[in-house]
Design a binder for this molecule. Structure first.
Ligand code: ATR
Length: 266
């Protein structure tokens, strides 16, 4: 079968190497390409994908929200999240899904259920994560602008970062802002020392593998989780939607780790 990831820009995407590692482990002859879609060609997307006989694809920046208007059928979770990261084409019908939230949830599965969860940021990634976690946990958002959660179709409490009491209660903290990503300012959003010693601190970023927030959490002896498992899990879930088969997540994760280690050595 033929798969792809589309975006603009796309050349730094690690999805092809991650999916190829899965194909190799499963001994399939599936293919996976990175397709650069210029915004001025986005309205031709259906033709482009059809010409290449693609069976399913992932969507990255900046098209996740626009895909809602392109597909024929939107899965409920994608609707609630307000974005599509996975399209499956079956008999010419385009089905849209979102595996980002479920991918994150799978990466913290050992820790969740009835927990106080505090999410930094209120963009698309935060909405996906909050949606998949809010039914079984108490989820609170901290953001510079608390109005950003107002139009979400599910209710989440939101405060600004100075609400230190929220942080003191947190069992799990998740950073979805770009603060600490390569090239972004690494100023701390909150004072990590206010967290409980048992708190788990997560970041959806995996380059660098330890963002400043994760570094200071680790220095204080807290458990930390970066975004690598989320990335692998969302890809594995997409593959499962496309094929109905379980992906080899160990092979996928190892391929990404190997690549990142090689690129740091260069
Ligand atoms: P994505 O869709 O990838 O989640 P996004 O929609 O751009 O990205 O959202 C990024 C989030 O990070 C936003 O909530 C943004 O805060 P605002 O809503 O106040 O703009 C937050 N963010 C970005 N840069 C930030 C910074 N320097 N400090 C704190 N929050 C920041």
């Amino acid at each position: 079968m033929k798969f792809a990831v589309i975006g603009h820009p796309i050349k730094h995407s690690l999805s092809p190497l991650m999916h190829h590692a899965n194909f190799k482990a499963l001994q399939t002859d599936d293919e996976f390409a990175a397709l650069h879609i210029d915004p001025k060609h986005f309205h031709h997307l259906r033709d482009i994908i059809q010409d290449k006989a693609i069976d399913g694809f992932n969507i990255t920046i900046p098209y996740k929200v626009d895909m809602l208007q392109i597909v024929d059928v939107v899965d409920t979770e994608a609707q609630m999240i307000g974005a599509i990261n996975t399209v499956h084409i079956k008999d010419g019908v385009w089905y849209g899904y979102n595996t980002d939230g479920a991918g994150f949830k799978a990466s913290i599965e050992n820790y969740i259920g009835g927990k106080n969860i505090v999410v930094f940021g209120a963009g698309g990634a935060s909405r996906a994560i909050c949606y998949t976690l809010f039914k079984d946990n108490k989820v609170t958002v901290l953001n510079r602008n608390t109005n950003r959660v107002a139009d979400w179709p599910f209710q989440i409490e939101a405060y600004t970062y100075d609400m230190s009491d929220t942080i003191k209660q947190a069992d799990i903290v998740i950073n979805t802002t770009p603060v600490g990503m390569d090239g972004f300012m690494s100023d701390d959003l909150i004072d990590i020392s206010q967290l409980k010693p048992s708190a788990v601190v997560c970041d959806i970023i995996y380059t660098p593998d330890r963002t400043p927030i994760l570094q200071s959490a680790e220095q204080r002896g807290l458990s930390i989780i970066n975004g690598l498992d989320m990335f692998v899990n969302q890809g594995a879930l997409s593959y499962e939607i496309w094929t109905g088969k379980k992906a080899d997540k160990t092979a996928m994760k190892q391929a990404v780790i190997n690549y990142l280690q090689r690129s740091t050595l260069c």
